[in-house]
Design a protein around this ligand. Structure first.
Ligand code: KG4
Ligand code: ZN
Length: 343
């Protein structure tokens, strides 16, 4: 079985052909960073306009790259929630039109489920280190989410904790903006941090010692704002790497502390760290060390499957299809994940 998958929930236009073993036959994405950079953040109106222009040519290309004809496609999967409503709308309406015209099943996918399954994708260069086991623990860290889930069984997820304010990716992006490093900023902060000292500046670790599994990053952002404004431009330039490393360390400390706390509370046979922020080199290193010390099977997707991509939507979608869970033509975009648990 093979599906065509579409991801347009935010500012990446991505399409993929994926089979029921999780093998990615092709995935093609176009980012829109240059369109949003001048505004220092994503402009929803521009994002959906770009999706409209990019999507159909990308679908043609992905079919060609994967040597697939429409007869070889068993379903059309699309991210239907959560995300920017105009962006989701472009993907959902395109997927519905294709499903209707071609007489194929339509499968709406929760973007967060896509991230949680991303480490189980496969391609020529990547095979998951461990076979999938339930129950497991999944931390989704992206520009819009910082959410901790218990994966109970295929398709059944229990929300254990989430951010009460900013997402971890947003915290990275805000620091980059304050330091004039452009947008999106996570990868640039990561790059500077590699040559800096994590002990140079003292940043708060919000909610790290609380018993709650929720996260908070807005206090950290405010502390960075105060710190940066107490320094001269020359000092900021000279201490750029240290600022990035110290700030990044605070985020990584909080993420790993909550993961460890969750693992004490619920049984998990493996742990997943996923989403755009899981591309962070320091987080990957520290999470791997933590997992080794605690003898936990840890899965982090390769970099290309950390950030938004349609391959992960294809895997989540084809698994829904195999469980006979397709959608009707009433499928609509929704800005939020279903609050609490999602199935
Ligand atoms: O999952 P994603 O592509 O999109 C959302 O669903 O939000 O995540 C994007 C986020 C951005 O905030 C970006 O700055 C962050 O992931 N990011 C990183 C790194 N690469 C991307 N954050 C820290 N370190 C990185 N290397
Ligand atoms: Zn995402």
């Amino acid at each position: 079985m093979k599906v065509l998958a579409i991801e347009t929930s935010c500012d990446d236009t991505s399409v993929a052909v994926v089979d029921d073993s999780g093998r990615v036959h092709a995935v093609l994405s176009r980012n829109q960073d240059s369109s949003h950079q001048p505004f220092g953040g994503i402009v929803p109106e521009i994002a959906c306009r770009n999706h409209t222009q990019f999507l159909l040519p990308l679908i043609d290309d992905v079919l060609r790259c994967s040597n697939t004809i429409w007869d070889g496609i068993d379903g059309i999967c699309v991210t239907s929630r959560p995300g920017l409503i105009g962006s989701l709308l472009v993907g959902v309406v395109t997927a519905k039109s294709l499903a209707l015209a071609l007489g194929k099943p339509l499968i709406g996918v929760n973007h967060l489920e896509g991230h949680l399954l991303a480490p189980y994708l496969m391609d020529a260069k990547y095979t998951p280190r461990y076979q999938r086991q339930y129950p497991s623990l999944g931390l989704v860290i992206s520009g819009g989410h910082t959410s901790l889930y218990r994966l109970v069984s295929p398709g059944k997820y229990l929300l254990l904790g989430e951010t009460v304010d900013d997402a971890a990716g947003e915290a990275f992006d805000k620091l980059a903006k304050m330091l004039g490093l452009g947008f999106p900023g996570g990868a640039v902060v990561d790059f500077h941090a590699q040559s800096g000292s994590a002990q140079a500046f003292e940043f708060p670790r919000p909610m790290m010692r609380s018993e709650s599994l929720n996260f908070s990053f807005s206090g950290l952002k405010t502390a960075a704002y105060r710190m940066i404004h107490s320094l001269s431009i020359e000092e900021i330039k000279a201490k750029m790497n240290d600022l990035c490393a110290s700030y990044q360390e605070a985020i990584v400390d909080v993420l790993l502390a909550k993961l460890a706390l969750a693992l004490k509370r619920v049984e998990a046979r493996q742990v997943i760290v996923t989403g755009g922020v899981s591309a962070n080199s320091r987080l990957r290193q520290r999470a791997t060390e933590w997992a080794d010390e605690n003898k936990i099977d840890l899965l982090i997707p390769p970099l290309r499957f950390c950030t938004d991509n349609a391959a992960m939507i294809g895997l989540a979608g084809i698994e829904r299809l195999m469980r006979n869970e397709s959608d009707t033509m009433q499928l609509g975009p929704h800005p939020q994940s279903i609050i609490g648990d999602f199935q």
